[in-house]
Design a protein around this ligand. Structure first.
Ligand SMILES: [Fe+2]
Ligand SMILES: [Fe+2]
Length: 287
């Protein structure tokens, strides 16, 4: 393994994080609908180091700072397809023969949703759900782009992966933030809760005026495994959140388990996805 800790970018590839989520939540267990976490196989050191940096740095103030900066959307204006191609310029250090490129992951997710006969907005959501990862191309470190997400501003749940690393997060010892509810009130609703910063929250804000609420929940909370797989934050959720999380749960297996044996043909599918985008989105989006 190469020495990765120097640059604060421990993962060889962003996919390493997602591969680890699949390791934690294997498809067999999902199909069997068991409440099951795979603690057996240890994560790669790179993944553990990734979470160490993530958990130390994702504080309440950090999230507000990033939102203040990135939600100005003053970096780039692109059509959906341009954004997909831009994201695909993300070059990971891992072996390109083994890992799918970003476009393939998006298309495999959306094509699996389409094959199951879901509505157009659901297919489009699958196709664009990870576009927020362009944050990496704006110079953001991996730990502020990918990884499991979780609320900040209240106690970090021990159901979050590697909870021990939160002990070094400054909010861990701050009485304003380290109680069960922290700055929030019981069942205040997730829209009132600050989530750790990354590609999910960023893309939600880009899409919020264009897609149905179910789609926006899928985008915003797709990496919130501590809730949609572990139920760790019921105390902050409203009855409406619970209703909407059915959609997040419906989406999740397509994200994790849709690696097709034959990769989708990007050029053949492009016109279909451009038409789909035109149904819901403006010609260009601000990033
Ligand atoms: Fe994602
Ligand atoms: Fe994804």
């Amino acid at each position: 393994m190469k020495d990765s800790n120097q640059n604060g970018q421990p993962l060889d590839s962003l996919d390493e994080w997602e591969d680890d989520v699949v390791r934690r939540y294997p498809e067999e267990a999902h199909k069997a609908k068991e409440d099951f976490r795979n603690y057996e196989a240890p994560a790669r050191d790179t993944v553990k180091e990734f979470y160490r940096i993530n958990h130390i740095n994702q504080t309440y103030d950090f999230v507000l700072e990033k939102k203040n900066d990135f939600l100005k959307f003053n970096r780039r204006e692109m059509s959906l397809w341009d954004a997909v191609e831009f994201l695909n310029t993300l070059v990971d250090d891992s072996d390109p023969d083994i890992d799918l490129d970003q476009t393939q992951h998006l298309l495999q997710t959306s094509e699996a949703i389409r094959a199951d006969g879901h509505p157009d907005w659901f297919i489009l959501t699958g196709f664009l759900h990870d576009l927020g990862k362009v944050l990496c191309l704006f110079g953001e470190p991996q730990w502020a782009v990918v990884g499991d997400t979780f609320p900040v501003g209240c106690a970090y749940s021990d159901k979050i992966v590697y909870p021990e690393f939160f002990k070094q997060n400054p909010d861990y010892n701050n009485p304003r933030f380290n109680t069960k509810y922290g700055v929030y009130s019981p069942n205040c609703g997730l829209d009132n809760v600050q989530m750790s910063w990354g590609h999910d929250e960023y893309l939600y804000h880009i899409m919020r005026d264009y897609l149905p609420e179910e789609a926006l929940y899928m985008i915003r909370y797709h990496s919130f495994y501590a809730q949609h797989r572990e139920g760790a934050y019921e105390h902050l959720m409203s009855p409406h959140d619970h209703k909407m999380f059915k959609w997040v749960e419906k989406f999740n297996p397509y994200d994790l388990y849709s690696k097709a044996p034959t990769p989708p043909n990007v050029n053949e599918l492009r016109p279909y996805y451009e038409d789909l985008a035109a149904q819901f989105l403006p010609d260009t989006l601000k990033f």
